[in-house]
Design a protein around this ligand. Structure first.
Ligand code: PGA
Length: 242
């Protein structure tokens, strides 16, 4: 399967900036699948901008319920209606800011699939957990508790301490964790777990993308800061093996 390079814009981007960040992506031919996960407010105009291109569109969260009295929240069907085809779920910032547990992530994964969105489920250990050598245990539990049987989405391994910090694990550590995630997916999901893409995320940038994307079991990247500058994101995309 082609690698997937996904941009996570987080809470960044106004309408006036959409064109400068996203339009350059539509002009190049990419060896990898390219996805941008904009704020929900930009999905509709982004869909129009990306319509004639191969660039995919996604959201950053959805509610676990299909509809109802949840002021301020957005359902998976609403995001699909606005143009999203992917949704990031269980990002560490949502786990920290909104107290999202694995059980909540599981419910959101099911809501996303019911609405036709492909979930990108984020997992990853804190720095304290890494220092205590608990990363395999933590990530294994996150996967087992947040992925339903038949899960056919994408996994993103994002060590929390590498997000937005400029620090990354060593290549050996990334390769070891991706092998662990693959083994866990196969144990949990059977043959289905064999083909799922496992993205690496956390301070991916033009200078380290090629090396990270060349590691075994790395099926792409989830890119935060560097996805907000078209030229940097394109450089990360060019680092993909295809
Ligand atoms: P970063 O963010 O690339 O800015 O470290 C990645 C993410 O949080 O998805």
């Amino acid at each position: 399967m082609r690698q997937l390079i996904a941009g996570n814009w987080k809470m960044n981007g106004l309408l006036a900036q959409l064109d400068s960040i996203a339009a350059p992506l539509t002009k190049a031919h990419h060896a990898a699948d390219v996805l941008i996960c904009t704020p929900a407010t930009l999905l509709h105009p982004a869909r129009a901008l990306l319509a004639e291109s191969s660039v995919l569109l996604g959201a950053q969260d959805c509610h676990a319920k299909a509809s109802g009295a949840h002021t301020g929240d957005l359902s998976a069907a609403m995001l699909h209606d606005a143009g999203a085809r992917f949704v990031i779920l269980g990002h560490s910032e949502r786990r920290a800011d909104h107290g999202e547990t694995d059980a909540i992530v599981l419910a959101k994964v099911q809501a996303a699939r019911a609405a036709g969105l492909t979930p990108i489920v984020c997992v990853g250990e804190s720095e304290a957990q890494r220092l205590a050598d608990m990363q395999d245990k933590v990530v294994g539990a996150q996967l087992r508790h947040s992925l339903p049987a038949g899960f056919d989405g994408v996994i993103a391994y994002e060590p929390i301490w590498a997000i937005g910090t400029g620090r990354t694990p060593t290549e050996q550590d990334v390769a070891a964790m991706h092998a662990h995630i693959r083994a866990t997916l196969v144990a949990h999901l059977g043959a289905m777990g064999q083909g799922l893409r496992i993205l690496y995320g956390g301070s991916v940038k033009p200078s380290n993308a090629k090396a990270l994307l060349a590691l075994p079991e790395v099926g792409g990247a989830l890119v935060g800061g560097a996805s907000l500058v078209a030229e940097d994101f394109l450089a990360v995309v060019r680092g993909a093996a295809g």
